[in-house]
Design a protein around this ligand. Structure first.
Ligand SMILES: C=C(O[C@@H]1C=C(C(=O)O)C=C[C@H]1O)C(=O)O
Length: 281
């Protein structure tokens, strides 16, 4: 006759938890040692912000793809955002300048979710102030809601100049229905060319002859913001080009709808939006 299985001892399970916690802490400290070595190498190779938007988008996608078990994706995503953002911060200190003009609760949630509490959060009332602060800094980040009100004006035109910072990411990296920090946010900064995510381009386009027909045409082609631009009897647009679309084709289609493109400037780019299925979340 076989002996009945020993009842599982809670003390044993708690010992396991302590062992895992200690290993996780050791691994985080080991991660810090690697970052230390990375800082040494980078010092002689790079200047400006340490933020690498394409790598971060890929890391967040991989994390979401391999995640399973009872720990909610919200939790695992926010833990890794804090790890990555804080290690970026210790490489090269930076502040996050956020536009609170559309209400501060959602923007604060997004900033803290994606950058944690170690990165200083600087509130601004309007996108223009955020862009100015980032422009004057070496490697600070700006956070601006993707959908701004018309009264905010065409804040993105300040990004047209070569030396100006650019849109470098769109948050959240991992989208889903009921994301805890769902507000769509553009991240604005100056980053190394090889760190950029270039999958989705964002253009500042100025048109004359802007009309309901032109707006309707553009709606079918791309996501955009439009602000009336009296100087040109038209509009200043911020156009997010879907991957594979060409801005010149969009200009041609706008012309057919009666709107003349007067200028176009690439004001940034970001990774393809990534959405996880409801059953993953
Ligand atoms: C570590 C680097 O810099 C930053 C920090 C990262 C991290 O802690 O994992 C990832 C990407 C960068 O934003 C890097 O240069 O690879």
């Amino acid at each position: 006759m076989s002996t009945p299985p020993k009842p599982i001892d809670l003390t044993e399970l708690r010992k396991e938890i302590d062992r895992i916690d200690e290993s996780m802490h050791q691994l985080l400290m080991e991660r810090g040692d690697i970052i230390d070595r990375l800082i040494e190498v980078k010092k002689s190779q790079e200047s400006g912000s340490a933020f690498r938007p394409m790598r971060e988008a890929q890391m967040m996608r991989r994390l979401a793809e391999r995640h399973k078990g009872i720990l909610p994706l919200d939790t695992v995503e926010s833990i890794w955002r804090v790890i990555i953002a804080t290690f970026t911060y210790v490489q090269q200190n930076f502040s996050a300048h956020a536009d609170f003009s559309a209400g501060d609760a959602q923007m604060r949630d997004s900033a803290r979710f994606h950058f944690g509490f170690t990165v200083p959060l600087v509130p601004h009332m309007g996108a223009a102030g955020v862009v100015a602060a980032v422009s004057e800094s070496r490697g600070d980040l700006g956070l601006v809601p993707v959908i701004s009100s018309v009264s905010a004006g065409a804040w993105w035109t300040a990004l047209e100049f070569d030396a100006a910072p650019k849109i470098i990411a769109r948050l959240p990296f991992v989208e889903r229905h009921d994301h805890p920090a769902a507000l769509p946010v553009f991240v604005i900064s100056r980053v190394a060319d090889d760190a950029r995510a270039t999958e989705v381009e964002v253009w500042s386009v100025r048109v004359s002859g802007w009309s309901a027909k032109a707006a309707q045409t553009l709606t079918t082609l791309a996501e955009f913001l439009a602000v009336p631009d009296r100087a040109f009897d038209g509009a200043a647009l911020l156009v997010t080009l879907p991957q594979g679309q060409n801005i010149h084709d969009i200009a041609q289609l706008l012309a057919k709808a009666g709107a003349t493109v007067r200028s176009m400037a690439l004001v940034g780019s970001h990774a393809t939006r990534y959405t996880v299925a409801a059953d993953k979340a």
